[in-house]
Design a protein around this ligand. Structure first.
Ligand code: ATP
Ligand code: MG
Length: 200
């Protein structure tokens, strides 16, 4: 579907599963092996820059409570910005398949974002629901929603469905990478292996 030289990897997982942690370890491993072609992009950060410049929010955790039509517009602007970054690089987009809003789950990658980004691979970072609940309760750096273990399980299952729906639109492959407690480096090693497969 795409004729660009670079590759886009969408790396998703529910809040607190450890996406950013795994990505930091991935970048370190990639750089240690001499690769300088990997660029990390946090979709929420790009959206936050857009939302802040419009005066819509002051804090990134306020974004999921904006009216969904405002979130969709900001989402679209961010997709165009990110697609521009993938020239001859591997761009990893740290994002969510679903955003829990007061109006229900909002897709992080609706069709128009999927078509703008056209990812080669969608990675789903997963862990046991109990592990995710434990991480969220210990993470004081963020203002996180409270979900029960059952709600976390459902949220993770819905993200699988959303990933496959996105893959059907773009032809992307989908890969599940487990990030169990204390095993972020193993998850990072799996991600680096994927870069090698993509460069063939
Ligand atoms: P968000 O979607 O909200 O940005 P995230 O998926 O990026 O969340 P992180 O911020 O990377 O999640 O991690 C959430 C918390 O879980 C952090 O406190 C982090 O240190 C911890 N954590 C991540 N991975 C692991 C792991 N493998 N073992 C133990 N703790 C972990
Ligand atoms: Mg994160």
């Amino acid at each position: 579907m795409t004729n660009r030289q670079g590759r886009i990897i969408v790396l998703t997982g529910i809040p607190g599963v450890g996406k950013t942690t795994v990505l930091d370890a991935t970048l370190e491993a990639a750089r240690a092996s001499g690769s300088d072609e990997v660029v990390l992009v946090n979709y929420g950060t790009v959206m936050f820059e857009e939302a802040k410049s419009k005066g819509a929010v002051e804090d990134r955790d306020q974004m999921r409570n904006l009216k969904t039509e405002v979130q969709r517009e900001i989402q679209r602007l961010a997709a165009e910005k990110i697609a521009d970054m993938a020239k001859d690089k591997i761009v990893i987009v740290d994002t969510h398949m679903l955003i829990r809003t007061p109006e229900g789950f909002l897709p992080g990658i609706p069709t128009w974002v999927a078509e703008a980004l056209c990812p080669n691979v969608i990675i789903l970072v997963e862990a046991f629901p109990e592990e995710i609940a434990g991480r969220r309760s210990k993470d004081e750096a963020r203002n996180r929603d409270v979900e029960t273990v059952e709600e976390i399980k459902l949220h993770q299952e819905l993200c699988r469905a959303a990933a496959i729906a996105c893959a059907e639109v773009t032809g992307s492959t989908t890969k599940i990478i487990m990030n169990h407690d204390g095993k972020a480096e193993e998850a990072a090693a799996e991600t680096v292996k994927l870069f090698k497969a993509l460069k063939r």
